[in-house]
Design a protein around this ligand. Sequence first.
Ligand code: AMP
Ligand code: ZN
Length: 117
Amino acid sequence: MATNERCLFCRIACGEITAKIVFEDDIVVAFNDINPQAPTHVLVVPRTHISTLDDLDEEEANVVGMTIVRASQIARNLQLNSEGYRLVVNHGEAAGQTVFHIHVHLLGGRNFGWPPG
Ligand code: AMP
Ligand code: ZN
């Protein structure tokens, strides 16, 4: 499984850096965002190091698909599914990507505006 030893989220995924983990299996690790933007703000991170959405190919379809599946299951477990929640993936500078290991933000517990800021 591809990891990058200098990458923050790879280091969290292997336990080298501590995070408040809410779910993990062999495909993803999910933990609370250190700077939450909603009452629930979980990052769902594939264990495989993929820097950005621009690095995706069909080969990554399963891991990326499972990341969304896991995000939806975590949302259901946290009982966010009936009220509603938002999944966000930022790409690049304009969207505010700061960690270059792809991740899905699971945001819930408040109302969200549309269009997003
Ligand atoms: P993005 O801006 O989409 O790349 O999201 C990166 C997210 O990682 C931000 O919401 C940060 O608050 C979050 N973050 C950065 N460092 C940590 C950390 N050590 N533990 C948990 N979340 C982090
Ligand atoms: Zn990484």
